[in-house]
Ligand binder design. Structure first.
Ligand code: AMP
Length: 279
């Protein structure tokens, strides 16, 4: 597996991978890889000839009081895992390569980025969309793969690829979960053993709520009940628990398919997100 840090070398290496009409799938990540990320790499190898993974902890998608400095970084470990999965190329630019002095152009995500995680993290999705657009232009993949774990992000990237005519197929990959149901996340590493044990209350409550709404229970009452169970389970606060149209992300007071239950909650200083299909 090649590890590349500058754009000119990247262009040459991707051109070599594409020789003979071979296809490339890009899997963007921020590193601290777990089996969720690796499931995206495996999907990339199934749907394309080459899997290219990027690792870049993008400063512009973190707020001033968020965990950019503390975000876990271990490139050597990540690179070994990616090589084992048959990744062809690791694109690992530094901040100066991604944002050279004077960088001033960005993508603004309108209404899709306003609610849910966008409400709690102003500017977050503009930062995500801009860095993903740059990664798309740098790598020029045929396919790009994102996890359903970040449902709002996936919806925003799909819309951006369509709106700006990137000509890249955007694929969503199912959420990889731990044995107790907690969605795998690099941020789970922040949890104390007690918090980690309590954290399963989050997916449990969402699962119950999704089932209840599917069976016709009142949406507002069910969402309030889910919030109460998450707090009873040991979480400190809820950012949102919402029923949304799966594509437009419009909030739904009355269930209609296809819908998604979207949620974010905080335990100690850690903010966790999750989502489930409804119906
Ligand atoms: P991150 O490194 O957190 O930016 O995530 C990189 C990619 O991996 C994103 O497309 C995420 O949605 C995806 N991802 C993270 N965790 C999971 C998971 N548990 N299951 C599936 N995909 C995931």
């Amino acid at each position: 597996m090649q590890i590349i840090r500058d754009i000119a070398t990247l262009h040459r290496a991707v051109a070599a991978l594409k020789q003979g009409g071979k296809s490339v799938a890009l899997i963007p990540t921020m590193g601290a890889l777990h089996d969720g990320h690796l499931s995206l790499v495996r999907m990339g190898r199934r749907v394309a000839d080459h899997a290219v993974v990027s690792i870049f902890v993008n400063p512009t998608q973190f707020g001033p009081n968020e965990d950019f400095a503390a975000y876990p970084r271990d490139e050597a470990r990540d690179a070994a895992l990616l090589a084992q999965e048959g990744t062809s190329l690791l694109w690992a630019p530094d901040v100066g390569t991604m944002y050279p002095g004077g960088h001033s152009t960005h993508i603004e995500v309108a209404e899709l980025g306003a609610d849910y995680c966008g409400a709690a993290r102003p500017g977050h999705f503009d930062g995500v969309a801009t860095v993903v657009a740059k990664l798309f232009n740098q790598v020029r993949p045929d396919i790009a793969i994102f996890g359903e774990k970040d449902w709002q992000q996936l919806a925003i990237i799909r819309r951006m690829a369509r709106d700006l005519d990137f000509g890249i197929d955007i694929l969503g990959a199912p959420i990889a979960r731990d044995t107790d149901g907690l969605a795998l996340s690099s941020r789970n590493a922040y949890l104390s053993p007690e918090q980690r044990a309590a954290a399963a209350a989050f997916p449990d409550a969402l699962k119950m709520a999704a089932k209840a709404i599917t069976s016709g229970a009142d949406v507002a009452e069910t969402l309030a009940g889910a919030e109460a169970s998450i707090i009873e389970g040991g979480f400190d606060s809820i950012d949102y628990v919402a029923l949304a149209d799966a594509a437009s992300l419009e909030r739904l007071d009355i269930f209609r398919s296809p819908a998604r239950l979207l949620a974010a909650a905080r335990i100690g200083n850690t903010r966790l997100i999750d989502n489930l299909p409804v119906g």
